[in-house]
Design a protein around this ligand. Structure first.
Ligand SMILES: [Cu+2]
Length: 357
């Protein structure tokens, strides 16, 4: 009852008290409203917040903290010629012409010479980044949607979709005072479009606190595929547009209290779901409830999605077929899954699933 189903939308002048036990692993989470058809607009207007969970396992690793831990929410907004905020939804989503970090357009950060833990949330409605750090071959990923990975995962670049989280370690002690390090977004498709700067770090003369990069991060186990009740016949979810509806999952738009048979799951089961994207647009698919793991991906043309660790949002690029494995073992009841391009979601790319006895 506290998972943010659209039928729990809070009416004008009403209030709703959420009380819940935080059972999550340490990690970077966020919250936002979820009324059907209005989510994109409301998040765009500013209704979204960060939610950091910590635990003992993470503490024991002594990762960079306090000043050397940065939590950054990336969001784009459209400002018209009069300087007014405008919400401009389309079949592609709502895109901005300006980037903001933690709600401000200050996108340059002074850093000390030392190791940093940098935590990113893509809080955009629709924008997907193709992130690289100028002049850096190895971005050291340590965390994902559901907190820390088992060990450091080195990447040269990666796609970063709405609702995804990405954490990495970056050592500014290898730079000199005054150096600028640019985090950039490359064109989504090589050669199509220009790269742009997302944010910059300017290295100060101050020395940071000494931290060491741990060799092992979090102990978490991979879900054994044989746990799944349907390993050999994954449930397929085709991401397709439909005239008159907008965007759909398997041709179905969102309807309150409607489920197909395959959207009913027995409590305690583990299942494999396969998202298939035959369209030319990327779809970051988000499933409510417990987090899942990416089992495998057959990529189309565009490679470099974030599949490591515990996930709640997985980017399904054009032509991709992505299998995720998920345990339905914490709560019973009605949940939703949807595209986290919020305009797609509002255009009906959302469905219920029900966990029953
Ligand atoms: Cu979508």
């Amino acid at each position: 009852k506290n998972d943010g189903h659209p039928h729990n939308a809070i009416k004008t002048n009403e209030s709703y008290q959420y009380d819940f036990v935080v059972e999550n692993r340490a990690g970077m989470y966020w919250y936002h409203p979820h009324p059907h058809g209005r989510t994109g607009f409301q998040v765009y207007q500013g209704l979204a917040g960060l939610f950091i969970v910590r635990d003992q396992e993470e503490k024991n690793l002594n990762l960079p903290n306090e000043e050397q831990e940065l939590s950054l929410v990336l969001q784009d907004r459209y400002f018209n010629d009069d300087g007014q905020l405008e919400y401009r939804p389309s079949m592609m989503g709502a895109f901005g012409n300006k980037l903001f970090i933690n709600g401000t357009d200050e996108r340059k950060f002074n850093v000390k010479q030392g190791l940093y833990r940098i935590r990113l949330l893509n809080g955009c409605n629709a924008r997907i980044f193709n992130i690289a750090v100028d002049g850096v071959q190895e971005i050291k990923q340590i965390g994902s949607d559901g907190g820390l990975l088992a060990e450091v995962n080195s990447l040269e670049r990666f796609y970063f979709a709405p609702a995804e989280r990405f954490e990495f370690l970056f050592d500014f002690s290898q730079y000199s005072t005054g150096d600028i390090i640019r985090v950039e977004s490359l064109p989504l498709v090589e050669g199509r479009g220009k790269k742009y700067t997302i944010l910059e770090f300017e290295v100060s003369e101050d020395l940071g606190v000494m931290f060491r990069e741990p060799s092992k991060l979090s102990q978490y186990s991979k879900i054994n595929p044989s746990e799944a009740t349907n390993l050999n016949s994954p449930k397929e979810f085709e991401l397709i547009p439909k005239r008159g509806t907008g965007w759909t999952i398997n041709g179905n738009g969102y309807e309150d209290n409607r489920y197909e048979n395959y959207e009913i799951i027995k409590y305690g089961d583990t299942e494999v779901w396969e998202f298939y994207n035959p369209t030319g647009m990327p779809h970051p698919m988000h499933i409510h409830g417990t987090q899942f793991q990416v089992l495998n991906r057959s990529s189309g043309q565009l490679k470099g999605c974030l599949d490591q660790g515990w996930k709640d949002t997985v980017l399904v690029m054009p032509g991709d077929r992505v299998q995720v494995i998920k345990r339905f073992n914490t709560f019973k009841g009605t949940f939703i899954y949807h595209c986290h391009n919020l305009e797609h979601e509002d255009m009906s790319m959302m469905r219920n699933f029900k966990i029953i006895d």
